[in-house]
Design a protein around this ligand. Structure first.
Ligand code: SAH
Ligand code: SF4
Ligand code: F3S
Length: 461
């Protein structure tokens, strides 16, 4: 978003008068999270840091003395949503002028001081590597009225020693690395999250065991590019193997992988351990080598397909998903058709599909965003529809078969049904009477649509 556009969302307000001493001693913290899983995991880290400093975490915004918004910059829409939300939050501040409002996460890192100078409602701005400073910046704000800004990126911060505060449940996120060094030409993440760094292997193992002890059954290891994980001599496949052995009764997944360095060793490791889920998310972005090169993705479709062939050969019942961007700079109808072809050839179980959104600072920002909005939309609709058909076909193939399902909770659509997930990350609905959350059981699938499988319990383990 350029400055002018930004100003459409941000009424320019003078700073004078919006600095005041906050005297409310209430320690109720409410955090609202946008963006990717890493942001959700970071919110749990923030809750951990704040919990240690005596703050109470609340789910009720009306109760809170501090509101933090953990934000995403990946596409313009993601930022626009938060800026819109800030105008709503202004109302809370009107009701309670002592309310502390902070923007944290990727937008904080990208827009920095502008968030404070242009949005009077914002008291704190903290980037993703600065969360340890939250308690002291809040104290300082309360004591002096001085707004807090901390946006330095770190080469070492991994919050390895911070105990995240998670909601009780069945599935958990676990961050194993931070940052990204790939610099795909469309992507803002290397600028908002900084350089790659990995947590020590022992810290990850310690946490995964702790999650098991707390009753979690399904853990997703997180990083922008988990294949770059490196701790002493241990690579990501070593880490995954160590986790698989440490908690053999816990399902383990990971996201995200970059096709350039998804190794054969990693595929073999997944194939070797039952508790490593047969599910791989491998973003392709485009089916055209020419576009991939402009995107600086550093692989060709031939290379990508070779990886896919190895995955399908070594992990026979694997589920696959991907990310796709439509309408990247210079994308032609021909390029778009190549993307459709790749989708048909791989037959993904699911896909996250986006229209290209130019981001300031990135290499592609300087290229012309030359695909018309209507064309982008039409191409997006085409890939979404194709994926829906493929997902439906693949899900229908499960009918009559049995899958091991871990039950996660009551279905959102009916309180008489439970929902759970297969090893391949497919959502399954079964009758409430068949099980309870946390159960691992065999389910026979009776019917399926493009998003969900429906079945009934066969045996309870
Ligand atoms: N690290 C992950 C992706 C993180 S962002 C990876 O490389 O796979 C998640 C997805 O958002 C990306 O895979 C991409 O498809 C999409 N994305 C990123 N920047 C975008 C942009 N400028 N416009 C549209 N989609 C974008
Ligand atoms: Fe962005 Fe590319 Fe890094 Fe993924 S690998 S976070 S798309 S720069
Ligand atoms: Fe968004 Fe930042 Fe994640 S830009 S996608 S929240 S790393």
């Amino acid at each position: 978003m350029d400055k002018l556009e930004l100003e459409k969302y941000i009424p320019i307000e003078s700073l004078t008068g919006d600095s005041y001493p906050v005297t409310d001693t209430s320690k109720k913290l409410y955090v609202e999270t946008y963006g990717c899983q890493m942001n959700f995991a970071d919110t749990e880290i923030v809750n951990g840091i704040m919990g240690k400093s005596g703050y109470d975490i609340t789910d009720n915004i009306d109760d809170s003395a501090i509101i933090l918004i953990n934000t995403c910059s990946i596409r313009e829409m993601a930022e626009a949503r938060v800026l819109q939300r800030l105008t709503e939050i202004k109302k809370y501040k009107k009701k309670n002028p002592k309310l502390v409002v902070g923007i944290i996460g990727c937008m904080a890192e990208r827009l920095k001081r502008d968030l404070v100078t242009k949005k009077g409602v914002v008291d704190l701005v903290l980037g993703p590597d600065e969360y340890r400073k939250l308690p002291s910046l809040i104290d300082n704000l309360i004591d002096t009225g001085e707004k807090g800004i901390a946006v330095k990126l770190s080469r070492v911060e991994t919050y390895d020693d911070i105990l995240p505060i998670r909601k009780e449940g069945i599935s958990a996120w676990l961050s194993i690395m931070r940052g990204c060094d790939k610099f795909c030409s469309f992507c803002v993440v290397p600028y908002t999250r900084g350089r790659e760094r990995s947590r020590p292997l022992e810290g990850v193992i310690r946490e995964v065991k702790q999650l098991r002890d707390e009753g979690f059954k399904d853990v997703t290891l997180l990083g922008q590019n988990v294949n770059s994980y490196i701790s002493e001599k241990f690579d990501f496949a070593d880490l995954l193997e160590a986790c698989a052995m440490a908690v053999p009764d816990i399902r383990l997944r990971f996201t995200t992988s970059h096709p350039q360095d998804l190794s054969l060793k990693l595929i073999e490791t997944i194939a070797k351990y039952d508790n490593l889920c047969n599910y791989i998310h491998l973003p392709v972005q485009s089916g055209s080598d020419r576009v991939l090169e402009l995107m600086q993705r550093s692989y060709t479709i031939e290379h990508y397909m070779k990886i896919m062939d190895n995955i399908k050969r070594l992990i026979p019942d694997v589920s696959l998903s991907t990310d796709i961007i439509t309408g990247f700079c210079t994308e032609t109808e021909e390029d778009h058709k190549m993307t459709l072809e790749v989708m048909k050839e791989v037959r993904y179980d699911g896909a996250y599909m986006f229209k290209y959104s130019p981001r300031e600072k990135t290499k592609a920002w300087k290229m012309e965003d030359d695909v018309d909005e209507e064309i982008k939309t039409r191409r997006l609709v085409e890939i979404v529809e194709l994926q829906r058909d493929i997902s439906e076909e693949k899900n229908r193939e499960t009918v009559g078969k049995e899958y091991e399902v871990i039950i996660e909770g009551i279905s959102k659509k009916s309180d008489k049904m439970l929902f759970g997930r297969t090893d391949g990350n497919k959502t399954v609905i079964i009758p409430l009477s068949d099980a309870k959350p946390g159960d691992k059981l065999m389910v026979k699938i009776n019917r399926a649509n493009s998003a969900t499988l429906f079945g009934e319990a066969v045996t309870v383990n």
